[in-house]
Ligand binder design. Structure first.
Ligand SMILES: [Zn+2]
Length: 377
C-alpha cells in the first residue's frame, strides 16, 4: 500500500497526504532545510508556525558533526532538535557534486573529507541507510551519485549505473519499521538515460522516488525536459520528490508535472543576505528605497514578521548587524514558500491549478503594486 493518499488531481498535478510515523505531510510540500538539525535562526515552533510539515536534515553533515552515535544517544534527531514532525534526511550524494572536499568514489561507496577537521569518512550505501535510520529519519534517502552539468556522457552513465547498484544495496539494508526509503533516479542530461534510470529505480519498489541531479546549473528548459523524461516513468501512486529547487515559478512547473515534494536552501540563505521572497520577485531590503518604508515585506502575508514589522525596521536591523533581522526574514521567506504550496494544493483541489500558476507568473512579471502610505525614498 502506498504511503501517499492522493485526494485530487488537476492535469498531471496532484494533491494529497503523505503518511509518516511522525505525522502527515500535505502535498505538494516544501521542506525547509535544517542541514545541521537546525533551520538557521529559528526554533522548531517558529518553523511549524510558518506552515511547515516536514524538515530536511543532512545525514552527511550530522555524521561528521556531532556524529551519528551522539545523536542516537540523545534520542534521535527529533528529540535532539525538539522537532516532533516528519524529517527527511539527505544521504550525502549531493555533496559529491556540491563539495570540493570529497576524496573519491568507488564501487563500494564514497569517501568524504570533513570540512571541520580534515578527517575522512567512508560511506557505503548500507552505511548511508544505517546512519539515517539511527539518526531517526522518517524518510531515508538512498546514497546516489549525481554528476554536475557538463559532465561527459560516459562518466554520467557510469555514475547512473552505480546509483542503481547502490540503490539495490540500500533497499536490502533498509530495516523498515515504519521508516520510508526513497530511491533516487539519475540519468545526467540524456533523455534516454533519464527514462532508463527512472525505470530501474521503480523496479526496486521504494516507498517514494526522488529525481536527482537536476537544478545543478543547467538551463531551465533542459531541467524541465529531463524532469519530464524522469517522471513519465515513475509509478503514479508513489510520492515523487524533486531534489533542490527554489524559485516560485520552478516549483510550480514541477508541481504541474506531478512532483509532490521539494527542498531548497534559498529561503534561509536569502534571509541571511537581507533578501525577501515576494510575489513580485526578490526584494533586497538593504536597498535605500526601504529606509522610510513603513509597509510590511508583503502586505498579504500572514506571517508574524509581516504582521508586526516594516521594511524600514528590517532594513535597520540588517544595517545594524542585529541577528533579529535574520530571524524575522527567515520566518517570512519560509512562510512565503509554504503559502505558495498551500495555494497550489487549494487550486489543484478546486481544479484551477493552471489559472493559479498563470496568476503567480503574471504577478512575478509585474512590479510591486504601490502601497498607500508606503515608501519614501
Ligand atoms: Zn511575511
Amino acid at each position: 500500500m502506498s504511503v501517499l493518499r492522493i485526494d485530487a488531481r488537476d492535469g498531471m498535478a496532484r494533491t494529497g497526504v503523505l503518511h509518516t510515523v511522525h505525522g502527515d505531510i500535505r502535498t505538494p510540500a516544501f521542506m525547509p532545510v535544517a542541514t545541521h538539525a537546525s533551520v538557521k535562526a529559528l526554533d522548531p515552533d517558529e518553523v511549524r508556525q510558518c506552515g511547515t510539515d516536514i524538515l530536511l536534515c543532512n545525514a552527511y553533515h550530522l555524521a561528521l558533526r556531532p556524529g551519528v552515535d551522539h545523536v542516537e544517544r540523545a534520542g534521535g534527531m527529533h528529540r535532539f532538535m525538539g522537532w516532533d514532525g516528519p524529517i527527511l534526511t539527505d544521504s550525502g550524494g549531493y555533496q559529491l557534486v556540491s563539495l570540493r572536499g570529497f576524496a573519491g568514489i568507488d564501487e563500494d561507496g564514497a569517501t568524504f573529507v570533513s570540512p571541520y577537521d580534515g578527517g575522512r569518512l567512508f560511506v557505503t550505501p548500507e552505511a548511508a541507510v544505517d546512519n539515517q535510520f539511527r539518526l531517526g529519519a522518517d524518510i531515508i534517502m538512498c546514497l546516489d551519485h549525481p554528476v554536475a552539468f557538463g559532465t561527459a556522457a560516459d562518466t554520467a552513465l557510469e555514475a547512473t549505473e552505480r546509483t542503481h547498484r547502490w540503490a539495490a544495496h540500500c533497499r536490502a539494508a533498509h530495516p523498515g519499521q515504519g521508516r520510508l526509503l526513497f530511491g533516487i533516479a539519475q540519468g545526467g542530461f540524456d533523455i534516454e538515460a533519464r527514462q532508463k534510470s527512472a525505470q530501474a529505480i521503480t523496479k526496486l519498489d521504494f516507498d517514494g522516488i526522488a529525481v536527482g541531479g537536476l537544478a545543478v546549473g543547467e538551463p531551465v528548459d533542459i531541467m524541465a525536459e529531463m524532469a519530464k523524461a524522469s517522471i513519465a516513468e515513475l509509478p503514479a501512486d508513489r510520492p515523487r520528490y524533486f531534489m533542490g529547487l527554489g524559485t516560485d515559478l520552478e516549483l510550480l512547473t514541477m508541481v504541474s508535472l506531478g512532483f509532490d515534494m521539494f527542498d531548497c536552501v534559498v529561503p534561509t540563505r536569502l534571509a541571511r543576505n537581507a533578501t525577501a521572497l515576494t510575489p513580485w520577485g526578490r526584494m533586497p531590503l538593504r536597498n535605500a528605497r526601504h529606509r522610510l518604508d513603513d509597509t510590511p515585506v508583503d502586505p498579504d502575508c500572514p506571517c508574524s514578521t509581516c504582521k508586526r514589522f516594516s521594511r524600514a525596521y528590517l532594513r535597520h536591523l540588517f544595517a545594524a548587524g542585529e541577528i533579529l533581522g535574520h530571524r524575522l526574514l527567515t520566518i517570512h521567506n519560509i512562510t512565503h514558500l509554504n503559502r505558495l504550496m498551500d495555494g497550489a494544493r487549494t487550486a489543484i483541489t478546486a481544479g484551477t491549478f493552471l489559472e493559479y500558476r498563470k496568476q503567480v507568473v503574471a504577478q512575478a512579471k509585474n512590479r510591486e503594486p504601490v502601497q498607500a502610505g508606503g515608501a519614501g525614498c
